[in-house]
Write a new protein. Structure first.
Length: 409
């Protein structure tokens, strides 16, 4: 005799859940977390596309956690359709364990007794290896046909308190030190300064730390606790005018220096306001006004990026050499920019150098050989070169040693 469960005739309890806490990792072993958010339910078919632009499309993992609330006091069966591996914990007990590379496969738990309206801890762990990726979480009972667990029956774990800034947003005339705190003990504060939303890859504020603002910036911060979704995002726009121009020098080469080749260019750059963000170099050939772009001389202004090191800057590569550096005068202009990014917050220094030729060409006589005895002078040959300029001509003088007379042709 086959016994069928008798459906519960009472009305289904519809909860007020908002989904599960989800943490996405850019690795298949729950390392390198990249994203924390609330997912309304587990119903994803990513295919070969990454779950988020911050992650790769292969070899990632996801952990969903929170509480599940039954709609009836019945035995429930949980089912997970996944590609690849999946583990499900209900009330902290492992009920599905299919942790393996596999194509889309459905795994189900044994029957689990749940009471209507009672929230029970739930944790679903998933990993993708290669190829297609998907994860779906369903349930069924005598009164519930197999269906995706709805958002209304899923609840996130506690959410950390929204961060608080010690200095309110506004306009200030000087430097501001902003401390960031959360009322949630142990919460990690992550922040951004580019207007983007903080996530698990954003900068971390050390406990008890503060941020120093010397120029206009937008601060956004959120609190993070493992197993919980991030807090609400706190934002503040600090307007701090930067009126300090960068200081700039060119230390090498010296002004009006005469050289045979262009030496490395270096100098100093300082800024007491927002700080120096970069120094660009513009090299102009004064004979025709062309600028050097790193590989050739062009008509438009072309800035070469220098290397910053402390208060110093330098450029040792991408400079013209050999045939690209003919004799003449050159202007070297350096331009310093600060982090405020304002046009007025730049300064420049210019020096002029002259490329001159101070070394003679090199010359050899290959024929006739030195000390050779010949009956007839059939020809004279050799080599002539100059590292900086082309050889214009080679003259030959033939002198008769017996009386010092010279041959005129």
């Amino acid at each position: 005799m086959r016994v069928r469960p008798i459906p519960n005739t009472s009305k289904a309890l519809v909860g007020t859940g908002t989904g599960l806490s989800a943490t996405y990792y850019d690795n298949s072993d729950f390392t390198n977390p990249k994203l924390g958010r609330r997912d309304q339910r587990v119903d994803f078919n990513w295919g070969s596309v990454a779950p988020d632009p911050k992650m790769g499309a292969e070899s990632f993992s996801v952990r969903w956690s929170g509480f599940v609330q039954a709609q009836f006091s019945e035995n429930y069966t949980f089912s997970a359709l996944s590609d690849d591996g999946v583990r499900l914990y209900i009330d902290n007990k492992l009920v599905i364990n299919r942790w393996a590379n596999q194509s889309a496969t459905t795994s189900s738990s044994a029957k689990i007794a749940l009471r209507a309206g009672v929230k029970v801890p739930i944790r679903l762990e998933y990993f993708d290896s290669v190829g297609d990726a998907r994860a779906h979480l369903s349930w069924s009972s005598a009164s519930t046909p197999k269906t995706l667990i709805p958002q209304s029956q899923l609840y996130v774990a506690a959410q950390p308190a929204k961060p608080i800034f010690s200095v309110p947003a506004g306009t200030y005339s000087g430097v501001q030190n902003v401390a960031i705190t959360s009322a949630t003990p142990g919460a990690m504060i992550r922040y951004t300064l580019d207007g983007s939303e903080p996530d698990l890859a954003s900068s971390i504020l050390p406990p008890g730390g503060a941020l120093r603002f010397t120029y206009t910036q937008i601060l956004r911060a959120a609190a993070f606790v493992s197993g919980q979704i991030p807090s609400e995002i706190a934002s503040a726009h600090y307007i701090i005018p930067d009126t300090i121009l960068p200081g700039l020098t060119i230390t090498t080469p010296a002004p009006l220096l005469k050289v045979t080749a262009l030496p490395p260019v270096a100098g100093t750059a300082t800024d007491a306001g927002s700080g120096v963000s970069r120094v660009d170099l513009v090299l102009t050939r004064l004979s025709d006004g062309l600028r050097w772009n790193g590989t050739s001389w062009v008509a438009r202004e072309s800035g070469l990026s220098t290397t910053l090191a402390g208060d110093g800057w330098n450029l040792t590569t991408s400079l013209p050499r050999g045939a690209n550096l003919p004799l003449g005068d050159y202007e070297i202009k350096a331009v310093a920019y600060d982090f405020a990014g304002l046009i007025r917050s730049q300064s420049q220094k210019t020096t002029v150098i002259s490329v001159v030729d101070v070394s003679g060409p090199t010359l050899t006589i290959s024929f006739p050989a030195n000390g050779a005895v010949v009956s007839d002078l059939s020809g004279i040959a050799g080599t002539a070169r100059d590292d900086l300029n082309a050889v214009a001509k080679v003259g030959v003088v033939i002198r008769r040693v017996s009386d010092g007379a010279r041959w005129n042709g």
